[in-house]
Design a protein around this ligand. Structure first.
Ligand code: UDP
Ligand code: MG
Length: 330
C-alpha cells in the first residue's frame, strides 16, 4: 500500500532511517530503550533499521539483542570481538548502517528518542547534519557539568575546526555526511571532532538531556580525562605551541633573574643567598620540561598508533532480523 505524505526535498518515500546505538554492558537499559525507540519509529512514515553495536558487553547484552531479533524485525546486531570503546563502536555502527539518514544515539535514554521525528523533519528540509545541542544536563553532578563546560570551551578555543559546544554524539547525518566521515581513516577517533570536521549544511536543535534511565555511566574520570586529551590533541597542535611559548617565557625569566643577580653582586656587592631561589627555579624549569615532553609525547604516541594502521575494531558476527526493513502502516 502506498503512503501519503508531503514530498520531502531530501527524501523519497523509499528513504531508510538508520539508528546507530553503541551498547556496552547495558542489559538493564536495553528493554527500556527498545520500549521507547520502537514506538517512536513505528509512528513515523519511514523505513527504519536499528543497528545495535555490542561493544564487547559481558552482561548478556548481545544475547538479549539476539533474542530480540528473533521476534522484532528491523534490528541488526553488530557484535565486536571485545570492548573497543565507544568511538570505535560508533564507527562500526556507521559502517553497518545502510540508511539515507543515520541517527547516532546512546542506549541510556539520555538522548530522548522522542526527538527523532523532529530530526528527520529537519533533514528533509535539505540539511546534511542535524546537531542536537544540550540546553540542560539533568542528573549529572556539578563537577561533571562544570568540567564538560570547561572542556568544550577550551576545545573550541584551541582547535581550528569549529567544534560546537555542548553537543554530544546525538545527531542525524545524511548519507553524504556518513560517507565522508567513513573516509577519514585515522585510528584515534575523536568523533565529535570528526563530525565537526566534515562541515556540510548543519542545523542545530536544542534539547534537554535527561538523566541516565538505569545502569551506570561507563565513563569514570580517568576515561573522561583521556577523552579530553584525545579531543584536544586530535584537533589542534596548539598545545605544542604552548609548550614552546611557556618554555620561552620560563627561559627568559630565568635569564633575566640570573642577570639581575650578577648585576646586584657587581654593583652593590650583595652576595645573594641562592639556595631557595635555586630550588624554585630548578623545580619550575623541571616542571616545564616534563610538561613539554609530555605534550610532545602525546603527539608522538598518536603518530605511532596511526602508523600501525590497525583496524579500528574487529567484528565477531552480524545478526539481523529476517525482515530487515520495517515500514509502518503497510
Ligand atoms: N559505550 C560503548 N563502549 C564503551 C563505553 C560506552 O559502546 O566502551 C556506550 C554505552 O553503552 C552508551 C554510550 O556509549 O550507549 C554512552 O555511554 P555512557 O552513558 O556510559 O556515557 P555518558 O553518557 O555518561 O557520557
Ligand atoms: Mg550516558
Amino acid at each position: 500500500m502506498s503512503q501519503q505524505f508531503e514530498l520531502p526535498t531530501n527524501a523519497t518515500e523509499k528513504s531508510l532511517l538508520s539508528i546507530v546505538v553503541p551498547v556496552f554492558n547495558e542489559r538493564v537499559m536495553l528493554p527500556l530503550f527498545i520500549a521507547r525507540v520502537i514506538p517512536t519509529l513505528e509512528a513515523m512514515n519511514i523505513h527504519w533499521e536499528l543497528v545495535m553495536v555490542d561493544d564487547g558487553s559481558e552482561d548478556g547484552s548481545a544475547d538479549y539483542i539476539k533474542e530480540l531479533i528473533t521476534r522484532t524485525p528491523g534490528i541488526r546486531l553488530v557484535k565486536l570481538s571485545r570492548n573497543f570503546g565507544k568511538e570505535a563502536a560508533l564507527t562500526a555502527g556507521l559502517e553497518n548502517a545502510r540508511g539515507d539518514a543515520v541517527i547516532v544515539m546512546d542506549v541510556d535514554l539520555q538522548d530522548p528518542p522522542e526527538h527523532i521525528p523532529a530530526m528527520v523533519e529537519c533533514w528533509r528540509t535539505g540539511v546534511d547534519v542535524v546537531l542536537m545541542q544540550r540546553r540542560s544536563r539533568s542528573g549529572e553532578t556539578f563537577l561533571k557539568r562544570w568540567s564538560a563546560h570547561l572542556f568544550y570551551r577550551l576545545l573550541s578555543r584551541t582547535s581550528r575546526t569549529d567544534i560546537p559546544v555542548d553537543t554530544g554524539d546525538f545527531r542525524l547525518m545524511s548519507r553524504k555526511a556518513v560517507n565522508v566521515l567513513l573516509q577519514l581513516e585515522e585510528r584515534n577517533r575523536y568523533m565529535k571532532g570528526l563530525f565537526a570536521w566534515i562541515g556540510l549544511p548543519t542545523q542545530v536543535i536544542q534539547y534537554d538531556r535527561d538523566p541516565r534511565a538505569a545502569g551506570d555511566t561507563k565513563w569514570d574520570y580517568p576515561a573522561l580525562v583521556g577523552l579530553a586529551i584525545e579531543g584536544l590533541t586530535s584537533f589542534s597542535i596548539s598545545p605544542l605551541r604552548w609548550a614552546t611559548i611557556i618554555g620561552l617565557v620560563a627561559a627568559s625569566v630565568g635569564a633575566l633573574f640570573g642577570l639581575w643577580i650578577v648585576i646586584k653582586a657587581m654593583t652593590l656587592g650583595v652576595a645573594t643567598s641562592g639556595y631557595p631561589s635555586l630550588v624554585a627555579i630548578i623545580s619550575f624549569l623541571g616542571g616545564i620540561q616534563l610538561l613539554s615532553i609530555g605534550i610532545v609525547g602525546e603527539y608522538v604516541g598518536k603518530a605511532y598508533m596511526e602508523s600501525k594502521q590497525r583496524p579500528l575494531y574487529v567484528t565477531e558476527e552480524v545478526v539481523e532480523s529476517p525482515q530487515r526493513l520495517r515500514r509502518q502502516n503497510t
